[in-house]
Design a protein around this ligand. Structure first.
Ligand SMILES: [Zn+2]
Length: 81
């Protein structure tokens, strides 16, 4: 009798793992999310981190706002175009 319970238990655990993986998605979709995170960039003027699409870029530099880009360029005239 014990061996039958053990087999049922193993089958149930296997079924739970299968259902869990199906619900949470395969490893492929997890990798897809990891490859496409919200790209956080650091403002070269104040050091704050924010998503890339919310700031502005100048050459290799990134800034949280136009004001900080302007302030940075005022301090680093050689970085201007
Ligand atoms: Zn800033």
């Amino acid at each position: 009798m014990m061996i039958i319970r053990l087999i049922i238990l193993v089958a149930l655990v296997g079924l739970l793992i299968f259902a869990y993986r199906k619900l949470t998605g395969s490893g492929q979709s997890e990798n897809k999310q990891a490859n496409n995170p919200a790209a956080m960039k650091k403002c070269d003027q104040c050091g704050i981190h924010l998503p890339q699409e919310e700031g502005c870029k100048h050459k290799d530099h990134f800034f949280c706002s136009n004001e900080h880009m302007q302030a940075y360029l005022d301090q680093h005239p050689d970085e201007r175009d």
